[in-house]
Write a protein that binds this ligand. Structure first.
Ligand code: 4AD
Length: 575
């Protein structure tokens, strides 16, 4: 005879086995679990570890028997239910297999007696209303409603609701269709019924269609690989799939229109587009952010800015601009830094500093106007950034010194740094915040607070020479000036901060040679840049605009990473 132990305090009905080491918790469960061998079993029960194990009373046994019977009944019911469900599932599977088998017999053929449908993109369909058309694209959304299949087709230019019914919805391809498959659809374009909505206000009533490339279903289905809840690092790895989403593709579509609009505005100001090299042997914005590489045994860099090359174009082509990738080896993981970004830069000759700032303002406002005048881009901006308002002119201009005072008046402080640039902590371990003083760099956090309070574009100008690049034109020193300031400007936008950095350039050869020296730059590799001051120099200036930052402002994106096709940031160069 075996003995079964029950400890009402520490035992367990789920993990217990009835031994003295792992007792059950209730007598009812013990009886239920040992029903098969009830005759040869002795039960011992105790309240808790302080009590002795004893045989249960008759009345306790009677009560426990009832519980055991209940449990047995419950188990039987569950088994019956599972069996029923399995049967139903098998029936459904069989029915589906039969349906699939039947569906193979339905072969759709394009009716050649009907007028030949023209091929159209989904964005051009309004002119085809009431006609048969042929469209190609990806299955963006898919819904089967009582045998009628609704597809939202995506072809890159837009979306089209398409309806498959009757035989058209009964083919094998129809029954096994998956999201992201490529399809060809032929049908008649009709306005959507009253009270219903669809992209463009119409839908395609399909009479012939075929699958071009089926996307997998089940475990490997698109929505199993990527969905809104996917971890950010998975989303980054699957950027190529993220791009198919409505938001990501909307931002990139706007980016394309934005670049065209910038070009239109710049060309209308008589600037010519040039394409400078990416592989360079000179620095522009300081050695700390250069990506170095070995170029046939010579040290070479990925360009930080095409500015120096644009300057050489002035005597040849007049005012110029470029749209070029720039590279910055900054270990910044902020929402406005990329390791590679699209840099729109321009350079203008025979202008002064005021004219430079006015030109930047012109280009930005005219570009926004071009986008808002076009109904397609205006709608895109509205969809991505419903509360977008074009900036009002003129942009506020605040000198660097006034900005320092403004920050202090508004109680915006910055972390105190030691000689090595590390933040200083107070006795409680908190980072010590101190007031700004003339000569301090205005850090990203303070700059952001400032633009957010002001709430519109602001030019900060006249930064100290110590804080800026070697090539910047110095302002004449005024009485009482403690330091030398430059003819430099940053354009700050709400939510993003700095989107443009520009300046007048040193135009005097001797002054430039002194500037190289002060910065510890060997002038030899810059011979071609220096020559510009030798062979007919002039006052000139230019600027660089971060396209992703501008787009983040325009489309109200949280980070510049959303505004780049395949963003690169420290540690990320995939896909
Ligand atoms: O202020 P920056 O460094 O200026 C220059 O490179 C000048 N040589 C440009 C010129 O005068 N031709 O950079 C210009 C702009 C910034 O205002 C910012 O919008 C963008 O380039 N930018 C970045 N964007 C994304 N990620 C980064 N790491 C960026 N660094 C600069």
């Amino acid at each position: 005879m075996s003995t079964i132990y029950i400890d009402e305090a520490t035992g367990s009905d789920t993990s217990g086995t009835g031994t003295q080491l792992t007792p059950y918790q209730t007598l009812g469960h013990a009886l239920y679990a040992n029903a098969a061998s009830s005759d040869g079993v002795k039960y011992l029960i105790r309240k808790d570890a302080t009590a002795e194990y004893d045989e249960p009373t008759q009345s306790a046994l009677k009560k426990a028997k009832k519980t055991a019977d209940g449990l047995e009944k419950k188990k039987k019911k569950a088994e019956e239910l599972a069996e029923k469900e399995a049967k139903e599932k098998a029936e459904l599977r069989e029915k589906r297999e039969k349906l699939l088998e039947e569906s193979k017999k339905i072969v759709l053929e394009e009716d050649q007696t009907l007028p030949k449908p023209p091929r159209a993109k989904t964005s051009q369909l309004v002119e085809h209303r009431g006609q048969r058309v042929r469209v190609f694209g990806w299955v963006h959304r898919l819904r089967d409603q009582k045998g009628i299949i609704f597809i939202v087709l995506r072809d890159g230019t837009g979306y089209l609701q398409s309806v498959l019914s009757g035989r058209v919805a009964q083919t094998y391809e129809a029954l096994t269709l998956t999201i992201e498959s490529t399809v060809e659809l032929v049908g008649t374009l009709q306005p959507v019924p009253d009270g219903k909505t669809a992209p463009g206000g119409h839908e395609l009533i399909v009479d012939y269609w075929r699958v071009i490339g089926a996307a997998p279903g089940a475990d490997d289905a698109f929505t199993n690989r990527l969905n809104e809840k996917s971890d950010p690092s998975i989303q980054a790895d699957l950027r190529h799939l993220v791009l198919r989403g409505e938001n990501a593709s909307g931002v990139l579509r706007l980016r394309s229109y934005l670049l065209s609009a910038f070009r239109e505005a710049l060309i209308s100001h008589n600037l010519l587009e040039v394409t400078p090299p990416c592989l360079v042997q000179t620095q522009v914005e300081g050695g700390a952010t250069l990506f170095k590489l070995d170029y046939y045994g010579q040290p070479t860099f990925l360009t930080q800015s095409s500015q120096l090359y644009l300057e050489t174009c002035l005597p040849s082509l007049g005012d110029v601009f470029c749209v070029q990738e720039s590279f910055r080896a900054e270990n910044s993981h902020t929402r406005r830094h990329l390791s590679e970004y699209t840099h729109l830069e321009a350079e203008l000759a025979f202008i002064n500093f005021n004219e430079l700032m006015t030109h930047i303002e012109d280009i930005i406002c005219e570009t926004v106007d071009i986008l808002l005048t076009n109904p397609t881009t205006a709608a895109l901006i509205k969809a991505l950034n419903p509360s977008f308002e074009p900036p009002t002119r003129p942009f506020t201009r605040i000198s660097y010194v006034d900005a320092i005072n403004w920050l202090n008046e508004h109680g915006i402080k910055h972390p105190e740094e030691d000689a090595d640039g590390n933040p200083v902590k107070d006795e409680t371990g908190q980072v010590k915040m101190v007031e700004h003083k003339v000569g301090d760099d205005i850090a990203e956090a303070a700059e952001r607070q400032m633009t957010d309070i002001i709430g519109k574009p602001v030019f900060l100008y006249g930064f100290p020479a110590e804080l800026k690049a070697f090539y910047m034109q110095r302002m004449p020193k005024k009485e009482g000036d403690s330091m030398t300031y430059t003819e430099s400007c940053d354009l700050l936008m709400p939510n993003v901060g700095e989107i443009v950095g520009g300046s007048m350039r040193i135009s005097d050869e001797e002054e430039l040679l002194a500037a190289y020296k002060k910065e510890g730059i060997d002038s030899a590799p810059y011979y071609w840049y220096t020559d510009q001051r030798k062979y007919g120099t002039t006052e000139h200036g230019g600027y660089g605009l971060g396209v992703e930052r501008f787009l983040a402002w325009l489309a109200n994106r949280y980070t510049v990473r959303e505004c780049s096709l395949y963003p690169r940031w420290p540690g990320r160069a995939t896909p």
